[in-house]
Design a protein around this ligand. Structure first.
Ligand SMILES: *[C@@H]1O[C@H](CO)[C@@H](O)[C@H](O)[C@H]1NC(C)=O
Ligand SMILES: *[C@@H]1O[C@H](CO)[C@@H](O)[C@H](O)[C@H]1NC(C)=O
Length: 323
């Protein structure tokens, strides 16, 4: 009786451990490069064997070539001191548990594109020296406000083609090197005040559902220098003066929104070196006023509105815009 229950307990523990660690890990073909530049291709059938092999071989670059990895558990890639480059794109990843990449101090490139990730928890990428993080083409809806805490080396973050509804200002804090941020093709509906108060480089928000842009998205400082702001292909109807007023923006893309007219001092709208306002449902009289102002103020070379101007030019009144 005693032996039987012991056997049962043993069996249950074994089954559970197999289930919890390796059930979703099947026949993966891995390619890695070692510290001395040797390239190895292996087939591995468990997450723990993968980690042991990468540790023993001192793998620097790892790429999964075949197989799926639906759940990346805590410690799946932990304590790998020389690993620099981890490519897990297109491997049907659905979940990444906190602590999956613990203590991987040399990791700089992390590619997780084209997976099925829905949520980014805290303590997956935070507290790391990752420079390039690709999370594009997933199903990401929820990202913790602290998901990207303490990542001072981050240079590029790609969140394009997901289902993100809200941006959190915390994501952009303490990242002096961040220069490329793509949130293109998501479900963002509004840009709250001060959302980019901590980040002044390029941001791509094209193809979202943005209707509302609050005032002072770059913060309330007097003179803010910003990179390229891509807001084309959204649903912005109302573009107000105080949205970029006082800023110094390299390029502002507002094409293909729902803007019909601009009310206010045009100086405050056209603060960028290049402003793209084409393919909006412009009220022609309003657009004509803008075009004339632009030509009179030598701003016409910085305003891109060719298609709309042509459409509105049935009377031939539109000044020729040099673009
Ligand atoms: C993000 O990914 C998309 C799609 O793969 C790519 O076209 C784009 O260049 C990337 N952007 C950045 C900033 O990495
Ligand atoms: C509008 O039409 C006039 C007369 O045909 C032309 O000279 C001008 O270049 C046109 N403007 C634009 C913006 O196409």
């Amino acid at each position: 009786m005693f032996t039987r229950s012991l056997t049962l307990i043993f069996l249950a523990t074994y089954v559970l451990s197999v289930l919890s660690h390796d059930i979703t890990f099947n026949n993966m073909k891995i390619e890695y490069v070692t510290v001395d530049g040797k390239q190895v291709t292996v087939e591995i059938n468990s997450a723990s064997r993968l980690k042991n092999e990468l540790y023993a071989a001192k793998a620097v670059r790892v790429r999964i070539l075949e197989g799926s990895f639906p759940v990346i558990y805590a410690d799946a890639f932990s304590n790998l001191p020389v690993l620099r480059d981890l490519q897990l794109s297109g491997r049907e990843v659905e979940e990444i548990h906190s602590g999956a990449f613990n203590n991987v101090p040399a990791l700089v490139t992390m590619k997780l594109s084209r997976n099925k990730i829905t949520t980014i928890n805290e303590e997956v990428f935070s507290n790391s020296k990752i420079r390039l993080l690709d999370l594009d083409h997933n199903l990401i809806e929820n990202i913790s406000p602290h998901a990207f805490d303490n990542m001072p080396k981050l240079e590029a973050l790609n969140l394009s083609h997901n289902k993100i509804k809200n941006l959190h200002p915390e994501w952009f804090q303490g990242k002096p090197k961040l220069g490329g941020l793509s949130v293109r093709h998501n479900q963002i509906e509004n840009l709250p005040s001060e959302i980019f108060a901590n980040y002044h480089n390029d941001v791509d928000l094209q193809n979202n559902k943005i209707k509302k842009v609050s005032r002072n998205i770059f913060g309330s400082d007097d003179k803010i220098v910003f990179g390229q702001l891509w807001l084309g292909y959204n649903e912005i109807e109302e573009w107000k003066e105080d949205f970029v007023k006082g800023g110094e923006v390299r390029a502002l893309m507002m094409m293909a929104n729902k803007i019909q007219c601009l009310e206010g001092n045009y100086e405050n709208f056209f603060v960028a070196l290049q402003t793209y306002i084409d393919d909006n449902p412009w009220d022609c009289e309003c657009l004509l006023k803008i075009a004339k102002w632009a030509v009179d103020n030598q701003k016409d070379f910085g305003i891109n509105v060719e298609n709309s101007a042509k459409k509105c030019n049935s009377t031939g009144d539109f000044p020729t815009m040099i673009i």
